[in-house]
Design a protein around this ligand. Structure first.
Ligand SMILES: Cc1ncc(COP(=O)(O)O)c(C=O)c1O
Length: 372
């Protein structure tokens, strides 16, 4: 009996990068070979070409290729002059990288709660957290859905502070027709391999319509060089690798198709899971979600996750701790209960398999395992 069950069981991975990589393998190989043959490994023509293509894709003027999404956030904050004594408002539910760069600059992250339906930063909570020391607001487009940028922009304008997009999970997402990356003073992208647009290692980009900020970040990412060996500020070595830029150029041509595949998967989940007692993620009015993650919520989360694991379905937690309960941020002095909505998503949320190329039969298998 056991043998029969084992052969019938469909293993569903959490992410399978091979599905999208395999069909374009020849293109990737030739892009890599092109860089190898050119021997232009640092800020070569592929970086510049990718920057133009990525800015155009995001409907923005400038893109600067950098070494990671974390570096992108740090460079934007530094480029805006954030430093010791300043405050940077960010959501309590996000990846730690949304706030670590502020800490590194000597600024204080000021955490606020998230919206109960979208899990993105709550504009009213941001308004309540503004002080004379607020130097920036970081809006995270969590799980692939753009935060409520109109409301956030009103709050930012009322205080005269820049609104920054952490778009690390939202390549190609739209808000009232406009692309993530074009919605605030600057946007930060990560090309970590499992992102909707992923490199073969670390990579990131800053996107902005502000030419002066773009220029400052270009200098900061390249050891503070304005021209070769003319170092005008104490910068960093945080350039986007040329090999990664060449691969990203190949992959960018497929991003819309891959996001469409994720959107189809999300619609299939919604139908297949409708009868279950689960809180399903939703797409807010006026927003086009790109489903970096598909996060459902249940009070029985841990039991469901272990039976899914037994059934061959991999799941994840995004994020098991809201930021105010992370040990590194204990210094902020928040207790459990400080941000109830973020805590609820952390406690009851879990992520189902989601990636471009995820098949309907696999989603049915996830649904069957959940029903069982
Ligand atoms: C919301 C968010 N911000 C920032 C980052 C940091 O990006 P990276 O890993 O490229 O440094 C990530 C992803 O890792 C992320 O999900």
């Amino acid at each position: 009996m056991r043998g029969v069950k084992e052969t019938e069981r469909m293993m569903v991975p959490f992410v399978d990068l091979g599905r999208t990589q395999h069909p374009i393998r020849a293109d990737i190989d030739s892009a890599l070979a092109g860089v190898l043959d050119s021997t232009a490994y640092i800020l070569g023509p592929d970086v510049e070409a990718f920057e133009h293509e990525w800015a155009a894709y995001c409907q923005a003027e400038h893109a600067i290729g950098v070494s990671s999404g974390t570096a992108a956030i740090g460079l934007v904050l530094e480029g805006l002059g954030v430093g010791p004594g300043d405050e940077v408002i960010a959501p309590a539910l996000t990846f730690i990288a949304s706030v670590l760069p502020a800490l590194e600059l000597g600024a204080a992250p000021v955490l606020v709660d998230v919206d109960p339906t979208t899990a993105t930063i709550d504009p009213d909570a941001v308004a309540a957290a503004l002080t004379s020391r607020t130097k920036a607001i970081v809006a995270v487009h969590l799980y692939g859905q753009v935060a409520d940028m109109d409301a956030l922009q009103r709050v930012a304008d009322s205080a005269g502070v820049p609104l920054i997009e952490d778009a690390a999970q939202a390549h190609g997402a739209r808000y009232r027709g406009r692309r993530a990356g074009s919605l605030g003073r600057a946007a930060c992208f990560s090309f970590y391999p499992s992102k909707n647009l992923g490199a073969l290692g670390d990579g990131g980009a800053v996107v902005t319509n502000d030419p002066e900020l773009a220029e400052r970040i270009r200098i900061l990412r390249d050891l503070g060089q304005a021209r070769k060996y003319e170092h005008v500020v104490a910068g960093h070595n945080e350039r986007l690798d040329t090999l990664q830029a060449a691969v990203l150029r190949c992959k960018l041509r497929h991003l819309d198709a891959w996001n469409a595949s994720r959107r189809t998967a999300a619609a299939t989940y919604r139908r297949a899971l409708a009868a279950l007692e689960l809180d399903l993620p939703t797409e807010a009015e006026g927003r086009e979600h790109v489903w970096h993650l598909y996060v459902v919520r249940s009070s029985d989360r841990d039991r469901l996750r272990s039976s899914l694991a037994e059934g061959g379905v991999a799941t994840g937690l995004h994020y098991p701790l809201p930021l105010h309960l992370e040990p590194v941020l204990a210094r902020l002095g928040h207790r459990q209960g400080a941000f109830p909505v973020a805590e609820d998503w952390s406690l009851r949320g879990f992520s189902l398999p989601m990636f471009a190329g995820l098949e309907e039969a696999e989603i049915e298998a996830v649904a069957a395992a959940l029903h069982a």
